[in-house]
Design a protein. Sequence first.
Length: 238
Amino acid sequence: MGFSDIRQLIDEYGVLGILSIVAIFSIVSIVKSRWFGDILSNFYTSIIKRFMRSKTKTSKPIKDATESDVLNHDIFNYVDYWTISKLPALQLSTVYRTVVFRKYLTIFLASYKKKIYNYIDCKNYQDMDQAELSTSLLNLLNIIIYDYEKEANDVGIPQIVIDKMRVKNNSNISLTIDLIEGICSSQFYESTKNLLKIYSILNIILSILESTISGSEAVCDSINGKLSGNTFEGKIEP
């Protein structure tokens, strides 16, 4: 853009108008940047953690949950939506990486859905005390992680992708464990057959799953050239 173009814009919109346009474009650029997304994600995680901890310290009861609420929790619908609609639209830096990460995330979501549904469906949690419930849920997390990482390895997902996603998920898993323990030990979530506790924990896991999907692009970009020459489902990394 030359001086004459700038002068024309100033004549048309004025100095304040031009400054406003520049400010708007700057804000949009910042919001779209990955580092801002990471900051927002960390802030969101911090808010969830503080909110849940504040809830676990109060003895005031809230509305109970039903078996139907738990069995028909939104987590199952969202997993289906992400698998059917969101993942097929995921586009990463190369065709190879797109195929690899789509496959990994599909396995990741399927494992969560299957294992959580089986855990709920058997209803053993309904007769557990506080310590038993917490232990069973932590064991469930371990089973899920082992399951999706093993399947990812079996289908040929590169180990570096599995390792990088594990590192990325560590903070989410730590947060989940912290909140599970807090909810299980809190009178705030006391209810018939532990239904409110399970329902609340499913809400947390739902947010964690979405965070993992949103963070997959950053993980992909962090791998740099370590996938060069690899082949997966007929696609080759340049």
